[in-house]
Design a protein around this ligand. Sequence first.
Ligand SMILES: [Zn+2]
Length: 471
Amino acid sequence: MAGLIVSRLWPALALLGFLFTSAGVGAGPAAEHLAAAVRFPTVSHQHPGKLDSEAFNRLHRFFRSTYPETFARLKVEVVNGYSLLLEWPGQDSALAPVLFTAHMDVVPVEPGTAGDWSHPPFAGVIENGVIYGRGTLDDKLGVISLLEAVERLLQQGFAPQRSLFFGFGHDEEIGGVQGAGAIAQRFRERGLYFSWMLDEGGYIISDNPLLPERQVALVGVAEKLYLTLLLKTRGAGGHSSRPPPTTTIGRLAAAVVRVENNPFPAKIVPPIDTMLTRSAQHMEFPMSFLFGNLWLTEPLVARILGDDQVSSSFVRTTTAATMFNAGVKENVIPQAAEARINFRLLPGDTPEMVLAHVTRVVDDPEVEISALPREGARAPVAAMEGGGFEVISRATRSVYRDVVMLPYMMPATTDVRHYVDLADNHYRFHGALISMGQAEQVHGTNEQLAVESFEQTVAVAVAILEAAGQP
Ligand SMILES: [Zn+2]
C-alpha cells in the first residue's frame, strides 16, 4: 500500500523531488544506469538494413564497464553480432536451468512527435524522481534490472545451485528472428531445456480497473496468437466511364464489412477465468459474486467485458482490418484489390478456425483468402501456481507487501514465441509499479518510469534470481 500512497502523493512531492535532484541527492546508481542505457539509440527499424550497429556496440561496452563482475564471471556469448547470451553456471548441474529474457532494442519515435515529449526520447533525463525516455519500460527496464540484480548478487557472494541463463535480443520489435530466434537455436544445439522462463510482459498496475484500490501484479501466463489474413479479388477493370455493376473495390469492401460485422463470440477462457476468480476474492458484493461464480455468470460477464473496447481483447479473438490497397488512378477501375485483416487469437482458438470462419462469412468465391506466414509458435497457458509462478509471486510480495498477484494474458506478443519448445512454463513480468496511463506510453510518447519504481523492479529481480537459483 505504501507505494500506492506515494504515487498518490506524487504531485505534491514533485517540487521536493526537484530540489533533491538539483542537489544531486536524487536517483541512485541503478536509475542512473537505466537513464544511461536509454541514451544509446538502439532502434529497430522495419528495414533491418537501417540497424545502428554503433549504438549496439556502445551499449555492450556500457554493460561491460557498468557490470564488471557479471561480465567477468558469467559465460558471455555474442549472438548474431548484437544479441547477448549469458550463462551463470549452477553448483548442481543435475537441476534444470531457468531462463530470463529481455530485449535491448526499442521502437522508433514516430516522426513529428519528438517535440511532444517532456524530454527528448533518447536524452535519458531524470527529473523530479522520474526517468524519461524510450525503453524505460519497453524493455531496457528488463535488461538493466536483470544486470543490476546479477551484479548485486555476485557482489554479495551468491552462487546459484541451479544454472541461470540470460538472453538479451536485439530485434524483438521487428520479430526477434535474428536475436531471440538465434539464441533459442543455440540452446537447442546444446540440448538445454528450462524448468521455466521469464520475459517482459506484465507490470504491477496502481489503478487497474478490476481492483482500483489495490496494487495488482499481472503475471503474463499466456499471450494471444498473431494472425493476418490476406483477402484478394480480381476483376475486369477498365475505364471508369463504363463501369460494371460491382468493382473489385466494392466486392472486397463488402467482404471486409461482413468480417467486421461477424466478430468472434465473447467467452471466458483460461487464464482469464482464473484471473477473474482470484480478483473476486478482493472485491465486494455484487462484483465478488459476479466474478467469483463464473460457472453461473460466464455468459453475462463475457458480454459485459466484450462490449468494452479495452476489455474486449481479453474475451474474444479480435478482428482488425489494417490494410486496404487498390487503384492507382481516379478514372481507372483497378483489376485487383487486396486487404489485410489482423486477428489476435484467444488461447484455444486456432488459425484454421479463423480461416474457416472468415471464409464462411465472406461467402464469396471471387475473394481469395489466405494466411500470411509468421515465425514462431504460441506457448501453452503456463501453470498458475507452484514453480515459476510461486517464485515470481513470493519475490514480488517481498517488495510490495499488499500486492494482489493475478495471472494475465498479454494481448500483444513477445519474444517468448521463439522459446516455446524450450521450457515447460513461460512467464512475462516486470516488478515495476506503473499506472494504466504509463502502460499506454509504451511505444507512444513520454515513456517514463519513477526512480522508486525502478529500484523496486531491481529488488524484485534480485529476489526472483535468488529463489530461482535454489533447488
Ligand atoms: Zn518489448
